[in-house]
Design a protein around this ligand. Sequence first.
Ligand code: ADP
Length: 553
Amino acid sequence: MEGRRRKSNSKAAADESSSLKASDAVPLPVYLTNAFFFTVFFSVYFLLLRWREKIRNSTPLHVVSLSDIAAMVTFVGSFIYLVGFFGIGFVQSIIIPEDDEDEFERLMVKEDSEKLPCAAAPKSDDLKIAKKIELTADDEEIIKSVVEGKIPSYALESKLGDCHRAAAIRREALQRITGKSLEGLPLEGLDYESILGQCCEMPVGYVQIPVGIAGPLLLDECEYSVPMATTEGCLVASTNRGCKAIYASGGATSSLYRDAMTRAPVVRFGSAKRAAELKHFLEDPLNFETLSLVFNSSSRFGRLQSIKCAVAGKNLYIRFSCSTGDAMGMNMVSKGVQNTLDFLSNQFPDMDVMGISGNYCSDKKPAAVNWIEGRGKSVVCEAVIQGDIVNKVLKTDVASLVELNMLKNLTGSAVAGALGGFNAHASNIVSAIYIATGQDPAQNIESSHCITMMEAVNDGKDLHVSVTMPCIEVGTVGGGTQLASQSACLNLLGVKGANKEAPGSNARLLATIVTGSVLAGELSLMSAIAAGQLVKSHMKYNRSNKDVANIKS
Ligand code: ADP
């Protein structure tokens, strides 16, 4: 009940503050035309007075003067306008289902109303998890049909109406078709309801990735226990050691200096001149307000920040950047882009939209545009590590670290022609946190862009270390973040779900935690290399003692 009340209040507030429509972008503001037609609608009052006068004077009603005709025309015109304007909206609101944002909000409120105290984990029997399914004789028939190709594997869920049974049947059919055992790939415990229609199709099980904890990470005067999902031995231990050095030195400080997800469609014209004309139009500051009204009307959270265009002959690549609240934002930015392209096609009817994504975005691919312009959240994080802590905790010294950083992360990366890879192993930490917290792991490509700087300070006694990461792409709503285990990891960090008071601050905090953890990882690995320990520790923690050659295939 409380949850519902909160929802309606917040929805009303949100509606009031941001009920923008594409019609806001027309040259004459809608409120002016509404006011005009409302005023002329009251010509009906004049008509009524005239009719009363005619009845009193026994004048026939059909005898009309010029002013009567004018009043009738304005009354009929305004009546048609008002019915069109308000009537269409009313009818639509009855027949059109709620949009996906409202649906999401409803799910969020449902979740909120069942919310446990902040730090409490949900009880396992509360989760709608798959129990072990015993296959029956009826199921045997279905398995045979799948094996023979009579029932497509993807149709099992909709045919059976029981997702867990469908997955068990698919799994059994797969084993028979391939002749390979899936023993070891668990199915029991899969939270199928949560992945359905959102995270994975045609499931047959799930892969277990252990989650280790590094920390406490002391960042901006708060302590965080950082969950890292990895199968690389040493990684969590090493990051933990970096956290220890940062903690002992008084903590790290972060600054988020940009927050904007990007999407860049490619459009084509009959000539390069026309492509350049659209570039001028889009980058003209005078047009920004209109374009952002159109763009922003697609979401309560997506807010256009900038537009940058690149011309290639007759083609134009338009890189829209937009803040996306607590969502990582790819869907949100794409919706805004679609709205804007629809609007532009009226202004530039000869524009052909070739693709909503033209790779100038650039999503999940190494690209200089991300490294230079940033994508998602751009964060810089720094710490001063005292010389004695460098000696005691990191088992090396300041001068060796500074020299190695220059030779390896700066010069070595330049020699290798690196693109955003001026670091020791940022992607190790980024990927492990991304997997634990339900981010899109493929985005580790640009999210791991990082330059690590090290400098001797305080007369060479202490170490100033920083990581600058321009493309951290994280969200705390949407995608894999709502799955039970990933959501528990977000909860551990205090950034679970949407932040109702300050939308976007959960995702921004998560981005700073990622950089703080990368700082810890960089410190520790660089120290291990400087001290010549790397091979030794990897032999100890990262290499299996089992006889690999004897593991059966
Ligand atoms: P993405 O754009 O990252 O792919 P989604 O498509 O899942 O993510 O969009 C996020 C959804 O969450 C939208 O429907 C949006 O309205 C909803 N939402 C609720 N609260 C927030 C919030 N604080 N920040 C961003 N989105 C939110």
